[in-house]
Design a protein around this ligand. Structure first.
Ligand SMILES: Nc1ncnc2c1ncn2[C@@H]1O[C@H](COP(=O)(O)OP(=O)(O)OP(=O)(O)O)[C@@H](O)[C@H]1O
Ligand SMILES: [Mg+2]
Length: 286
């Protein structure tokens, strides 16, 4: 939620004049629609300069589900995820065509406050990135800037509830004033999740949130993701097929910027319809 992001916003908007006729719309195999769609992505193409990052992507992300995004390195998973809360705005040369709606609202509407959007669509990164502040202030920061907590008592409550839901409260309740950066990697990642949920988001984006963690910390985060699903829509990028199988209900397979196939996770892993998906999940590619 930096000021850099806010100031770059004006320059970034879907380029509706760009020539999208240069290639046929890509036909994704499987059901792209969700009956409980929170986010709808339609005909989204992203360029970095002249180079295409993702092309013609169509998909819904529904409430109470974890959508796993999988595919070989460079296939566009992070590019796709960053579209959803306009994190691509801050990348020079990056432009987009197509439409993305959150609960029906166009996220590129000039009237929309991008800082608020990023609270509604929170993000957790690969490497835990706590602010250089206390554990307490890491979680309290968002509610304060969004005016969700007026008094110290309100703030205390939000901080405690968020840390409890992130499964970290018992481990940190006696040292809330210590720096967030002093926690272990797994604890830092749970702190970042607490920070994301403190502002009551609707959607949480996670880009390989466990790849820097050991198996025990990973199991902890996976349990947490499964709990959070009860309340949020979650999009999770992962290189671990086991993780996708354990925590997601739907899986989207990307290949060279195309969304090749979407389906129920169990179907994608046991009975993929596209040969590219099959090659990837059986380990022939990637
Ligand atoms: N900031 C950038 N500038 C230029 N090109 C970029 C940028 N970020 C991504 N790309 C390009 O866009 C394509 C998709 O990249 P992206 O990072 O989305 O892939 P990914 O699936 O997340 O890969 P990984 O699994 O390695 O994280 C790649 O060809 C990549 O080189
Ligand atoms: Mg990536």
């Amino acid at each position: 939620m930096s000021t850099v992001a806010a100031s770059a916003t004006a320059a970034f908007a879907p380029d509706r004049t760009a020539d999208v006729s240069r290639s046929e719309p890509y036909e994704t195999v499987g059901e792209i629609h969700s009956p409980s769609a929170r986010i709808t992505v339609r005909d989204v193409t992203v360029w970095y300069g002249e180079k295409i990052g993702i092309e013609n992507v169509n998909i819904d992300i529904g409430s109470n589900e974890v959508l796993a995004l999988v595919g070989p390195s460079g296939c566009g998973k992070s590019t796709f995820l960053r579209c959803l809360n306009r994190m691509n705005d801050i990348i020079d040369n990056c432009r987009m065509t197509g439409t993305i709606r959150l609960d029906g609202d166009d996220i590129f509407d000039p009237k929309l406050d991008v800082v608020l959007l990023r609270a509604r669509v929170g993000m957790v990164f690969q490497k835990p990135n706590p602010f250089p502040k206390s554990i307490y202030d890491n979680v309290a920061y968002g509610p304060r800037i969004h005016g969700l907590a007026e008094t110290r008592v309100d703030t205390d409550e939000i901080v405690q509830r968020s840390l409890e839901r992130a499964g970290l409260w018992e481990e940190v309740k006696d040292r809330l004033e210590q720096p967030g950066t002093g926690l272990s990697g797994g604890q830092q990642q749970r702190l970042c999740i607490a920070r994301a949920i403190a502002v009551s988001p609707e959607v949480i984006l996670m880009d390989e949130p466990c790849s820097a963690l050991d198996p025990i910390a990973t199991a902890r985060i996976e349990e947490l993701i499964d709990e959070l699903r009860q309340q949020y829509a979650i999009a999770l990028v992962t290189h671990s097929m086991q993780q996708a199988a354990r925590v997601s209900q739907r899986t989207a397979y990307f290949h060279l910027g195309h969304l090749v196939e979407v389906g129920e996770t169990s179907q994608i892993f046991t009975n993929p319809r596209h040969t590219l998906t099959e090659d990837y999940i059986t380990g022939r590619v990637g």
